[in-house]
Design a protein around this ligand. Structure first.
Ligand code: HEC
Length: 141
């Protein structure tokens, strides 16, 4: 499997590296004894997981804690910003417009509410999966 020229990007490259590392790991274990085999495999699995974290797994409660709780309260009960329970009945599109662009169903939100469409939640552009995870987290409160 060639590492650089595949169009699949990180995932495919990651798989290539994983296969490569597994091969090296097994070889090392063969050389050094069976006990190493388990450790190497585990380390490779952890490395593969962290590589996927930004695209595959999205944690709504974490995004909320980092980006929203300071103004809306740890449980969205309200603080400098309003309580967010009302958004439980909003559609995905309404929630997204409010959080990313400051456009709530009742109108434009004051500028104190950040436009996360500009900043993102973690330094990278916000994704639909992140917005959906946030909405689901708020609904779960
Ligand atoms: C710097 C403080 C601040 C942060 C951080 C913040 N907000 Fe807000 N937010 C506000 C304020 C203030 C309002 C009310 C604006 C208004 O009344 O026009 C608001 C309004 C909202 C509304 C509209 C609520 C309604 O009843 O219309 C939603 C939804 C919302 N915020 C979600 C979020 C989410 C989700 C995050 C985190 C990703 C977040 N906010 C982060 C201050 C903040």
């Amino acid at each position: 499997m060639s590492k650089k020229d595949s169009k699949g990007g990180n995932m495919v490259t990651g798989l290539g590296v994983l296969v490569l590392l597994l091969g090296v790991g097994s070889y090392g274990a063969y050389q050094l004894g069976h006990s190493l085999s388990g450790i190497d495999t585990q380390a490779v699995a952890v490395a593969a997981d962290s590589g996927k974290a930004s695209t595959a797994s999205v944690n709504g409660s974490e995004i909320f804690a980092v980006n929203c709780a300071g103004c809306h309260g740890a449980k969205a009960e309200g603080g400098a910003g309003p309580a967010l329970a009302i958004t439980k009945s909003w559609t995905e599109a309404q929630f997204k417009d409010a959080v990313l662009h400051g456009k709530a169903p009742q109108g434009e939100l004051k500028s104190m509410m950040p436009r996360f469409g500009d900043s993102g939640f973690s330094g990278e552009p916000a994704t639909d999966a992140q917005v959906e995870a946030l909405h689901n987290y708020i609904k779960s409160l």
